[in-house]
Design a protein around this ligand. Structure first.
Ligand code: TYD
Length: 140
């Protein structure tokens, strides 16, 4: 997990522009972009980890709290400015909590959608952490 401050061009009178580029700003290439919107405040989504996928999360409008869990330790990151991004790598259980209505979560992902990459059962996630699944994967 790492926080990424996206480049920000502009000024208060004309507005701002932020951007990121696959090879230059991220440690992975982007194959898919998706976004989640019209979510009522207080809603929790997520509740899964990925076997292989890496993702950059950013919130261009609103405020969303991301709760991260590597099986040993939990962290919380609040995405509350459009130029702040969070890379969530494989093997991190994550929940997202909508802190303001109409906040938009955008995600740039390293691969196409594949349900078999998801781990949606927390006990299975902990079992995989304990058997060092991600360390074993990275050696392959
Ligand atoms: P999911 O990733 O579980 O969303 P969240 O973590 O925000 O709750 O996805 C919700 C549903 O959308 C699930 O049925 C899978 C589907 N989906 C796709 O078909 N393509 C995608 O790119 C994504 C991200 C999800």
């Amino acid at each position: 997990m790492s926080i990424v401050y996206l480049k920000r061009l502009g000024c208060e009178t004309k507005g701002f522009l932020s951007f990121f580029e696959s090879g230059n700003d991220l440690g992975f290439n982007i194959k898919r972009v998706y976004y989640i919107y019209q979510v009522p405040a207080g809603t929790k989504r997520g509740g899964h980890a990925h076997r292989k996928l890496s993702q950059l999360l950013f919130c261009p409008y609103g405020q969303i709290k991301i709760i991260l869990d590597n099986g040993f330790q939990k962290d919380e990151i609040v995405l509350d400015e459009p130029s702040k991004g969070l890379v969530v790598s494989k093997g991190i259980w994550h929940d997202m909590i909508w802190e303001k209505t109409d906040s938009v979560l955008c995600v740039a992902a390293s691969d196409y959608y594949d349900e078999s990459d998801y781990i949606r059962d927390y006990d299975e996630f902990i079992r995989l952490v304990k058997e060092d699944y991600w360390h074993e994967c990275s050696k392959k």
